[in-house]
Design a protein around this ligand. Structure first.
Ligand code: BTN
Length: 255
């Protein structure tokens, strides 16, 4: 596969204009951080795509199984003025919008940065921050399950994972899907609408009671709203709480 198929006819001004394609890599996030730390100059919106990742990273130290060519595994570089928390749902909003508008698939953002279709996870994002030449660099790594069949997911996640193929019944070309997604990424990034406004539109959590394990304890929480910083406002036991990070939470996908 040649990289130019990912950049030819790319309908963006900045994002993805510098795209680097790797056949196989430990992790696109890891490689981008290493390159930045080695003073390799990468402009805003640079993208690393790997056809396979031998050591894909998920959130909170989890493994993201991507040692296969069943998905789109990529990282985008932003020198961002946004806060990391708010940024974390930028790719999930862009993907949900792309899936709804281009692939007729009703996708929702699950706070903070998963995308669900019929309550099953189709995508996740891992954001890492490093500093380079006195600038903060955000590496936004997203994995989208494209070609998996049920048997391709490990037994423990089969009931809660899905792929675009499982939803629409056909295998969309990797470069076509990438170009669609990056177009929506740039559109959402440049929009006058805030990410919180988008979240209200693309997540179905607000107004619903969700179940979560919080520090190992089962809780039920009514989701009231999202803040501009990307924090979730919830009501539990008649108390209003602000959830800042998913770190100590395991939110059930059924709500
Ligand atoms: C999660 O939901 O746990 C986050 C998954 C993030 C996976 C992507 S795939 C591309 C990028 N490189 C990585 O090693 N991880 C992210």
């Amino acid at each position: 596969m040649k990289v130019n198929i990912f950049t030819d006819n790319l309908n963006t001004k900045i994002y993805g204009q510098n795209t680097v394609l790797f056949e196989s890599l430990e992790s696109t996030n890891k490689k981008m951080i290493e390159d930045l730390n080695n003073n390799i100059k990468l402009e805003e919106g640079s993208v690393y795509i790997a056809l396979k990742q031998t050591s894909g990273k998920g959130s909170y130290g989890n493994t993201w199984h991507s040692d296969n060519n069943l998905g789109l595994w990529f990282s985008i570089l932003l020198y961002s003025p946004f806060k990391k928390e708010a940024l974390s749902f930028l790719p999930s909003i862009a993907l949900s919008k792309c899936l709804r508008e281009k692939y007729n698939t009703l996708a929702h953002v699950k706070w903070p940065n998963d995308v669900l279709v019929k309550n099953k996870k189709i995508s996740g994002t891992l954001i890492q921050v490093t500093s380079t030449n006195n600038k903060n660099a955000c590496i936004i790594g997203t994995g989208v399950n494209l070609y998996h069949e049920k048997k391709d997911f490990s037994l423990d996640i089969q009931h809660k994972a899905t792929s675009l193929y499982m939803e629409i019944g056909n295998k969309v070309k990797l470069d076509t899907f990438y170009k669609d997604l990056i177009y929506y990424f740039e559109e959402v990034y440049n929009s006058d609408k805030s990410l919180a406004q988008y979240f209200r539109e693309y997540s179905n959590m607000i107004g619903h009671t969700i179940k979560a394990k919080k520090d190992g304890k089962e809780v039920e929480a009514l989701v009231k709203d999202i803040t501009e910083e990307g924090y979730l406002i919830v009501e539990t036991d008649k108390k209003i709480e602000t959830w800042i990070s998913r770190a100590s939470l395991d939110i059930d996908t059924n709500y």
